[in-house]
Design a protein around this ligand. Structure first.
Ligand code: DGL
Length: 355
Protein backbone atom coordinates (compact mmCIF):
# COMPACT_ATOMS: atom_id res chain seq x y z
CA UNK A 1 0.00 0.00 0.00
CA UNK A 2 1.48 3.33 -1.02
CA UNK A 3 1.81 6.51 0.95
CA UNK A 4 -1.03 8.27 -0.85
CA UNK A 5 -3.41 5.44 0.02
CA UNK A 6 -2.10 5.30 3.59
CA UNK A 7 -2.42 9.03 4.00
CA UNK A 8 -5.96 9.03 2.61
CA UNK A 9 -6.95 6.31 5.05
CA UNK A 10 -5.63 8.19 8.06
CA UNK A 11 -2.56 5.95 8.20
CA UNK A 12 -4.55 3.28 10.04
CA UNK A 13 -3.21 0.85 7.47
CA UNK A 14 0.34 1.94 8.27
CA UNK A 15 -0.09 0.40 11.69
CA UNK A 16 -1.81 -2.67 10.27
CA UNK A 17 0.71 -2.93 7.49
CA UNK A 18 3.55 -2.71 10.00
CA UNK A 19 5.85 -3.34 7.13
CA UNK A 20 8.81 -4.55 9.16
CA UNK A 21 12.07 -4.54 7.27
CA UNK A 22 14.13 -7.74 7.86
CA UNK A 23 17.91 -7.16 7.67
CA UNK A 24 19.60 -8.52 4.51
CA UNK A 25 23.40 -8.87 4.73
CA UNK A 26 23.80 -8.46 0.96
CA UNK A 27 22.03 -5.09 0.85
CA UNK A 28 23.52 -1.65 1.68
CA UNK A 29 22.57 0.07 4.96
CA UNK A 30 20.91 3.41 4.28
CA UNK A 31 19.72 5.84 6.95
CA UNK A 32 16.89 8.21 6.03
CA UNK A 33 17.00 11.55 7.87
CA UNK A 34 13.62 13.28 7.60
CA UNK A 35 13.30 17.06 7.87
CA UNK A 36 9.76 17.77 6.52
CA UNK A 37 8.60 19.34 3.27
CA UNK A 38 5.98 18.38 0.73
CA UNK A 39 7.19 14.79 0.57
CA UNK A 40 5.75 14.61 4.09
CA UNK A 41 2.81 16.85 3.25
CA UNK A 42 -0.93 16.23 3.37
CA UNK A 43 -3.84 17.92 1.62
CA UNK A 44 -7.59 17.93 2.18
CA UNK A 45 -8.30 15.90 -0.98
CA UNK A 46 -6.43 13.72 -3.46
CA UNK A 47 -6.41 16.57 -5.95
CA UNK A 48 -4.97 19.15 -3.56
CA UNK A 49 -1.59 19.85 -5.16
CA UNK A 50 -1.38 23.43 -3.91
CA UNK A 51 -2.68 24.71 -0.58
CA UNK A 52 -1.67 21.53 1.29
CA UNK A 53 0.32 21.42 4.54
CA UNK A 54 3.97 20.42 4.35
CA UNK A 55 5.85 18.56 7.09
CA UNK A 56 3.03 16.45 8.56
CA UNK A 57 4.04 12.81 8.04
CA UNK A 58 6.80 11.21 10.11
CA UNK A 59 9.75 9.27 8.75
CA UNK A 60 8.47 5.84 9.78
CA UNK A 61 5.27 6.32 7.76
CA UNK A 62 7.26 7.59 4.79
CA UNK A 63 9.28 4.37 4.90
CA UNK A 64 6.28 2.09 5.53
CA UNK A 65 4.54 3.55 2.48
CA UNK A 66 7.31 2.23 0.19
CA UNK A 67 7.73 -1.46 1.09
CA UNK A 68 9.86 -1.87 -2.04
CA UNK A 69 12.68 -0.14 -0.15
CA UNK A 70 13.49 -3.43 1.55
CA UNK A 71 14.37 -4.95 -1.83
CA UNK A 72 17.26 -2.49 -2.36
CA UNK A 73 18.53 -1.54 1.12
CA UNK A 74 18.37 -2.07 4.87
CA UNK A 75 16.67 1.16 5.85
CA UNK A 76 16.51 3.00 9.16
CA UNK A 77 14.73 6.32 9.73
CA UNK A 78 15.36 9.33 11.98
CA UNK A 79 13.21 12.45 12.27
CA UNK A 80 15.84 15.16 12.65
CA UNK A 81 13.24 17.95 12.57
CA UNK A 82 9.89 18.54 10.84
CA UNK A 83 9.62 21.83 8.94
CA UNK A 84 8.50 23.37 5.70
CA UNK A 85 11.87 24.16 4.19
CA UNK A 86 11.26 27.88 3.69
CA UNK A 87 11.84 27.88 7.45
CA UNK A 88 15.30 26.32 7.19
CA UNK A 89 17.92 28.10 9.31
CA UNK A 90 21.67 28.06 9.91
CA UNK A 91 21.01 26.31 13.22
CA UNK A 92 19.03 23.51 11.54
CA UNK A 93 21.88 23.14 9.03
CA UNK A 94 24.45 22.72 11.80
CA UNK A 95 22.27 20.13 13.55
CA UNK A 96 21.72 18.18 10.33
CA UNK A 97 25.36 18.34 9.19
CA UNK A 98 26.67 17.14 12.56
CA UNK A 99 24.20 14.21 12.55
CA UNK A 100 25.20 13.29 8.98
CA UNK A 101 28.91 13.31 9.85
CA UNK A 102 28.35 11.25 12.99
CA UNK A 103 26.36 8.62 11.09
CA UNK A 104 28.81 8.44 8.18
CA UNK A 105 31.64 7.65 10.58
CA UNK A 106 29.75 4.46 11.48
CA UNK A 107 30.83 1.35 9.55
CA UNK A 108 27.22 0.11 9.50
CA UNK A 109 26.03 3.14 7.49
CA UNK A 110 26.73 2.98 3.75
CA UNK A 111 24.77 6.04 2.67
CA UNK A 112 22.30 8.67 3.79
CA UNK A 113 19.06 9.99 2.29
CA UNK A 114 17.65 13.29 3.52
CA UNK A 115 13.96 14.00 2.88
CA UNK A 116 13.48 17.75 2.60
CA UNK A 117 11.19 20.50 1.34
CA UNK A 118 12.03 21.48 -2.22
CA UNK A 119 12.08 25.24 -1.58
CA UNK A 120 15.58 25.19 -0.05
CA UNK A 121 16.89 21.75 -1.06
CA UNK A 122 19.52 23.45 -3.25
CA UNK A 123 20.86 25.42 -0.28
CA UNK A 124 20.98 22.52 2.17
CA UNK A 125 22.60 20.39 -0.54
CA UNK A 126 25.37 22.93 -1.19
CA UNK A 127 25.96 23.55 2.52
CA UNK A 128 26.37 19.81 3.12
CA UNK A 129 28.50 19.53 -0.03
CA UNK A 130 31.00 21.82 1.72
CA UNK A 131 30.93 20.35 5.25
CA UNK A 132 30.24 16.58 5.01
CA UNK A 133 33.51 14.75 5.78
CA UNK A 134 32.92 11.43 4.04
CA UNK A 135 32.87 10.13 0.46
CA UNK A 136 29.82 7.98 1.21
CA UNK A 137 26.70 9.01 -0.77
CA UNK A 138 24.44 11.69 0.69
CA UNK A 139 21.28 12.09 -1.40
CA UNK A 140 18.64 14.75 -0.77
CA UNK A 141 15.10 14.08 -1.96
CA UNK A 142 11.77 15.88 -1.95
CA UNK A 143 8.51 15.92 -3.82
CA UNK A 144 6.44 18.42 -5.77
CA UNK A 145 3.10 16.81 -4.83
CA UNK A 146 2.00 16.02 -1.27
CA UNK A 147 1.73 12.41 -0.10
CA UNK A 148 -2.07 12.55 -0.31
CA UNK A 149 -2.22 13.58 -3.98
CA UNK A 150 -3.00 11.43 -6.99
CA UNK A 151 0.37 10.51 -8.59
CA UNK A 152 2.29 11.72 -5.56
CA UNK A 153 5.96 11.75 -6.61
CA UNK A 154 7.34 11.25 -3.09
CA UNK A 155 7.32 7.44 -2.97
CA UNK A 156 9.16 6.88 -6.25
CA UNK A 157 11.56 9.74 -5.47
CA UNK A 158 12.31 8.14 -2.08
CA UNK A 159 12.82 4.71 -3.65
CA UNK A 160 15.23 6.20 -6.22
CA UNK A 161 17.10 8.24 -3.63
CA UNK A 162 17.66 5.16 -1.44
CA UNK A 163 18.88 3.27 -4.51
CA UNK A 164 21.42 6.01 -5.26
CA UNK A 165 22.51 6.33 -1.61
CA UNK A 166 23.16 2.58 -1.47
CA UNK A 167 25.18 2.53 -4.68
CA UNK A 168 28.99 2.33 -4.66
CA UNK A 169 28.93 4.28 -7.94
CA UNK A 170 27.54 7.30 -6.08
CA UNK A 171 30.56 7.47 -3.74
CA UNK A 172 32.90 10.42 -3.98
CA UNK A 173 30.57 12.54 -6.16
CA UNK A 174 29.60 15.06 -3.51
CA UNK A 175 26.11 15.61 -2.17
CA UNK A 176 23.44 14.71 -4.73
CA UNK A 177 19.82 15.77 -5.27
CA UNK A 178 17.56 13.11 -6.78
CA UNK A 179 14.00 13.81 -7.92
CA UNK A 180 12.01 13.03 -11.07
CA UNK A 181 14.41 10.25 -12.12
CA UNK A 182 17.33 12.70 -12.42
CA UNK A 183 20.51 13.07 -10.34
CA UNK A 184 21.73 16.65 -9.86
CA UNK A 185 24.95 17.92 -8.33
CA UNK A 186 24.61 19.97 -5.13
CA UNK A 187 26.69 22.87 -6.45
CA UNK A 188 24.73 23.63 -9.65
CA UNK A 189 21.18 22.38 -8.93
CA UNK A 190 18.46 24.99 -8.44
CA UNK A 191 14.65 24.99 -8.24
CA UNK A 192 13.38 26.54 -11.50
CA UNK A 193 9.60 26.08 -11.29
CA UNK A 194 7.07 26.77 -8.57
CA UNK A 195 5.00 23.71 -9.51
CA UNK A 196 6.44 21.32 -12.13
CA UNK A 197 7.82 17.87 -11.21
CA UNK A 198 10.97 18.59 -13.26
CA UNK A 199 11.67 21.78 -11.35
CA UNK A 200 15.26 20.88 -10.42
CA UNK A 201 17.70 21.83 -13.17
CA UNK A 202 21.38 22.75 -13.44
CA UNK A 203 21.13 25.67 -15.89
CA UNK A 204 23.58 25.49 -18.81
CA UNK A 205 25.50 22.58 -17.18
CA UNK A 206 22.88 19.84 -16.90
CA UNK A 207 22.30 16.90 -14.58
CA UNK A 208 24.94 14.35 -13.49
CA UNK A 209 22.82 11.35 -14.47
CA UNK A 210 19.57 9.43 -14.11
CA UNK A 211 17.99 6.81 -11.89
CA UNK A 212 16.73 3.72 -13.69
CA UNK A 213 15.06 0.86 -11.82
CA UNK A 214 16.31 2.39 -8.58
CA UNK A 215 19.96 2.45 -9.68
CA UNK A 216 22.10 5.48 -10.68
CA UNK A 217 23.54 5.99 -14.14
CA UNK A 218 26.17 8.78 -14.14
CA UNK A 219 27.45 10.67 -17.21
CA UNK A 220 29.55 13.46 -15.68
CA UNK A 221 30.95 14.80 -12.41
CA UNK A 222 31.47 18.24 -10.88
CA UNK A 223 34.96 19.70 -11.31
CA UNK A 224 34.83 21.65 -8.02
CA UNK A 225 36.09 20.40 -4.65
CA UNK A 226 33.56 19.06 -2.14
CA UNK A 227 33.07 16.98 1.05
CA UNK A 228 36.40 15.45 2.13
CA UNK A 229 38.37 17.87 -0.09
CA UNK A 230 37.10 21.09 1.50
CA UNK A 231 38.81 23.18 4.22
CA UNK A 232 35.57 23.79 6.14
CA UNK A 233 34.87 22.13 9.51
CA UNK A 234 31.65 22.82 11.41
CA UNK A 235 32.20 20.17 14.09
CA UNK A 236 33.03 22.79 16.75
CA UNK A 237 30.72 25.54 15.49
CA UNK A 238 27.48 26.44 17.30
CA UNK A 239 26.77 29.43 15.07
CA UNK A 240 27.51 30.62 11.52
CA UNK A 241 28.46 34.21 10.56
CA UNK A 242 25.48 36.37 9.54
CA UNK A 243 25.38 36.86 5.76
CA UNK A 244 22.37 38.21 3.86
CA UNK A 245 21.38 38.90 0.26
CA UNK A 246 20.43 42.23 -1.35
CA UNK A 247 18.44 42.01 -4.58
CA UNK A 248 19.20 44.22 -7.58
CA UNK A 249 16.43 45.73 -9.79
CA UNK A 250 15.44 48.97 -11.49
CA UNK A 251 15.14 51.80 -8.95
CA UNK A 252 17.05 49.83 -6.30
CA UNK A 253 17.83 51.72 -3.09
CA UNK A 254 20.68 51.57 -0.58
CA UNK A 255 18.30 51.00 2.36
CA UNK A 256 18.58 47.16 2.59
CA UNK A 257 22.39 47.34 2.58
CA UNK A 258 22.41 49.91 5.38
CA UNK A 259 19.93 47.85 7.38
CA UNK A 260 21.97 44.64 7.19
CA UNK A 261 25.17 46.52 8.06
CA UNK A 262 23.45 48.12 11.05
CA UNK A 263 22.28 44.64 12.12
CA UNK A 264 25.92 43.53 12.25
CA UNK A 265 26.20 41.28 9.19
CA UNK A 266 29.69 39.93 8.52
CA UNK A 267 29.03 39.59 4.79
CA UNK A 268 26.59 40.57 2.06
CA UNK A 269 25.80 39.00 -1.30
CA UNK A 270 24.42 41.26 -4.02
CA UNK A 271 22.08 39.56 -6.51
CA UNK A 272 22.81 41.95 -9.34
CA UNK A 273 21.12 42.55 -12.64
CA UNK A 274 22.94 40.99 -15.59
CA UNK A 275 26.58 40.19 -14.90
CA UNK A 276 26.30 41.26 -11.26
CA UNK A 277 25.78 44.96 -12.04
CA UNK A 278 25.49 47.47 -9.16
CA UNK A 279 23.09 50.43 -9.27
CA UNK A 280 24.95 53.56 -8.14
CA UNK A 281 23.11 54.07 -4.81
CA UNK A 282 23.67 50.42 -3.92
CA UNK A 283 27.31 50.56 -5.00
CA UNK A 284 27.93 53.50 -2.67
CA UNK A 285 26.28 51.68 0.22
CA UNK A 286 28.33 48.54 -0.44
CA UNK A 287 31.56 50.57 -0.59
CA UNK A 288 30.74 52.05 2.83
CA UNK A 289 29.90 48.55 4.12
CA UNK A 290 33.23 47.26 2.86
CA UNK A 291 35.03 50.11 4.59
CA UNK A 292 33.41 48.89 7.84
CA UNK A 293 34.80 45.38 7.28
CA UNK A 294 31.75 43.73 5.73
CA UNK A 295 32.81 41.29 2.98
CA UNK A 296 30.88 41.86 -0.26
CA UNK A 297 30.22 39.21 -2.95
CA UNK A 298 28.77 40.11 -6.33
CA UNK A 299 26.44 37.50 -7.79
CA UNK A 300 23.70 37.68 -10.42
CA UNK A 301 19.91 37.38 -10.34
CA UNK A 302 19.92 35.89 -13.87
CA UNK A 303 20.07 32.26 -12.68
CA UNK A 304 22.99 31.12 -14.85
CA UNK A 305 26.40 32.14 -16.17
CA UNK A 306 29.51 33.52 -14.55
CA UNK A 307 29.62 36.78 -12.56
CA UNK A 308 33.07 37.75 -13.81
CA UNK A 309 35.61 39.42 -11.54
CA UNK A 310 36.31 43.01 -12.65
CA UNK A 311 33.49 42.75 -15.21
CA UNK A 312 30.54 45.05 -14.38
CA UNK A 313 32.44 46.47 -11.39
CA UNK A 314 36.12 46.97 -10.55
CA UNK A 315 36.38 44.34 -7.81
CA UNK A 316 40.12 44.98 -7.43
CA UNK A 317 39.42 48.65 -6.63
CA UNK A 318 36.30 47.98 -4.53
CA UNK A 319 37.87 44.98 -2.73
CA UNK A 320 34.78 42.92 -3.57
CA UNK A 321 34.57 39.18 -4.40
CA UNK A 322 32.97 37.83 -7.60
CA UNK A 323 30.69 34.79 -7.14
CA UNK A 324 31.85 32.88 -10.27
CA UNK A 325 28.70 30.96 -11.37
CA UNK A 326 27.17 30.49 -7.91
CA UNK A 327 23.66 31.93 -7.63
CA UNK A 328 23.07 34.36 -4.74
CA UNK A 329 21.65 31.81 -2.31
CA UNK A 330 24.64 29.52 -2.83
CA UNK A 331 27.16 32.36 -2.78
CA UNK A 332 25.73 33.24 0.64
CA UNK A 333 26.52 29.73 1.89
CA UNK A 334 30.09 29.73 0.64
CA UNK A 335 30.70 33.22 2.02
CA UNK A 336 29.34 32.17 5.44
CA UNK A 337 31.72 29.21 5.57
CA UNK A 338 34.61 31.26 4.18
CA UNK A 339 34.11 33.75 7.01
CA UNK A 340 34.56 30.97 9.55
CA UNK A 341 38.17 30.79 8.29
CA UNK A 342 39.19 34.22 6.98
CA UNK A 343 38.12 37.82 6.18
CA UNK A 344 40.83 38.16 3.54
CA UNK A 345 39.07 38.88 0.24
CA UNK A 346 41.91 37.38 -1.81
CA UNK A 347 41.57 34.12 0.09
CA UNK A 348 37.77 34.24 -0.23
CA UNK A 349 38.03 34.81 -3.97
CA UNK A 350 40.24 31.72 -4.16
CA UNK A 351 37.49 29.76 -2.39
CA UNK A 352 34.93 30.94 -4.95
CA UNK A 353 37.18 29.60 -7.70
CA UNK A 354 37.67 26.31 -5.83
CA UNK A 355 34.29 25.16 -4.45
N1 DGL B 1 6.83 24.59 1.81
C1 DGL B 1 7.64 24.05 0.75
C2 DGL B 1 8.88 23.35 1.35
O1 DGL B 1 8.76 22.74 2.41
C3 DGL B 1 6.89 23.05 -0.06
C4 DGL B 1 7.62 22.68 -1.29
C5 DGL B 1 8.07 21.23 -1.30
O2 DGL B 1 8.53 20.65 -0.31
O3 DGL B 1 8.00 20.68 -2.42
O4 DGL B 1 9.95 23.47 0.75
Amino acid sequence: MHLAQLARRGFAAAVLCGAGFAFAADLPNVTILATGGTIAGTGATSTTTVGYTAAKIGVEKLIEAVPELKTIANVKGEQVFQIASENMTNDYWLTLAKRVNTLLRQSDVDGIVITHGTDTIEETAYFLNLVVKSDKPVVIVGAMRPATAISADGPINLFNAVGVAGSKDAKGRGVLVALNDEIQGAREVTKTSTMLANTFRAPELGNLGYVVRGQPMFYRASTRKHTTATEFDISRLDKLPEVDIVYGYANAKRLPVDAFVAAGDAGLVHAGTGNGSLANPVKEALKEARAKGVVIVRSSRTGSGITARNGEANDDELDFVAADNLNPQKARILLMLALTRTHDTGEIQRMFQTY
